[in-house]
Design a protein around this ligand. Structure first.
Ligand SMILES: Cc1cc2nc3c(=O)[nH]c(=O)nc-3n(C[C@H](O)[C@H](O)[C@H](O)COP(=O)(O)O)c2cc1C
Length: 310
């Protein structure tokens, strides 16, 4: 087990609210951190780039003030997700803002984290990298990341196919850093289970879409509350990378995944993702456990009591 002191001392629960495209913004992040859970958002949710500068300024001020006014409660640090794919034209500018604001945790995904590691370590920040298999985990560890996020089968977004029961111990065997476990975790007992398996932190996305502070449309939250695990479809037809989506939203967008005559090759590009993900709603198999949309504070209080009971 390995958790840097900046996290160990400031988390009320070993949990990260994962970054979600078009879903996570400053309200979700600050509510999460104030409840003692690491809150995050993808940098590309802030558009244009000037908005990222403003969001980071606002988040830093809000959390510093909260910490000062509540010295006895845990205020978690926050994180920003950077898409490190070569097609992300904003990456260098976003890294410069991350350095300017000394973002405590940077989550890299869809590519190689190498260049970002150096930039973030220069001011003492941490880098956690998203991986879906052993090869990617090995590469990220060699690049010097502080943690790897094991995105397992059934996760929302760009999920993998690995089973956590073997993924976590295999990565633990070769890595002393922080291990985060992602994929369908939706309750406090699952957070405990992630730790028992050998992970340091649980990483939860879909559960946080159905919260008052999430930027998701009401229609998205309603569909998520009604969807069952069987309604989650794993396909590359939306963005070129395999990801999980709710069947109802694929149907509304006219995407027929059984249509094999469609030979169109999709290539990943953040700009295309924005158009696609606005109407095609991603979620993980954990939807089968979610049927309410509480405030972040209420959700985290419930997760904590379930975790303590487990
Ligand atoms: C709607 C949605 C958007 C997502 N967007 C991103 C993203 O922009 N960057 C990223 O690294 N991961 C993204 N993810 C993946 C999450 O960060 C996380 O790995 C995943 O949600 C965990 O699985 P769970 O949803 O089953 O809890 C997204 C997931 C969802 C559901």
């Amino acid at each position: 087990m390995s958790l840097p002191a900046s996290l160990k001392d400031n988390l009320a629960l070993p949990l990260v609210a994962a970054p979600m495209f078009l879903v996570s913004g400053p309200k979700l992040v600050t509510a999460t951190c104030k409840a003692g859970v690491l809150g995050t958002f993808p940098s590309l949710n802030a558009r244009p780039i000037e908005q990222l500068d403003t969001w980071l300024d606002d988040i830093n001020k809000d959390l510093t003030e909260h910490k000062t006014n509540n010295p006895d409660s845990k205020t978690a640090p926050y994180g920003v997700n950077l898409i490190v794919h070569p097609t992300n034209e904003r990456l260098l500018e976003d890294v410069a803002l991350v350095q300017k604001h000394k973002v405590p945790v940077v989550i890299t995904s869809v590519g190689h984290p190498g260049k970002v590691v150096e930039a973030v370590h220069s001011y003492g920040g941490l880098v956690f990298h998203d991986v879906i298999n052993m090869r990617h985990a090995q590469k990220a560890i060699e690049a010097g990341v502080d943690g790897v996020i094991l995105v397992c089968a059934g996760a929302g977004g760009h999920a993998g196919l690995m089973n956590p029961f073997t993924f976590v111990p295999q990565v633990r065997d070769m890595f002393d850093g922080t291990i985060l476990l992602a994929g369908t975790l939706s309750n406090g007992r699952a957070i405990k289970a992630a730790q028992v398996l050998g992970a340091d932190l649980a990483y939860m996305g879909t559960r946080f879409i159905a919260t008052a502070e999430a930027l998701a449309d009401d229609g998205y939250k309603t569909m998520l509350g009604e969807a069952q695990s069987k309604d989650i479809i794993y396909t590359d037809k939306v963005s070129g990378i395999m990801a999980n989506f709710m069947q109802g939203s694929l149907e509304s967008a006219g995407i027929d995944i059984s249509d094999t005559s469609d030979k169109k090759k999709f290539k990943f590009a953040p700009e295309d993702e924005r158009k696609a993900w606005k109407h095609v709603w991603s979620a993980g198999q954990g939807v089968g456990e979610i049927n309410d949309s509480p405030s972040v504070g209420d959700l985290i209080a419930r997760l904590k009591s379930e975790y303590d009971a487990a």
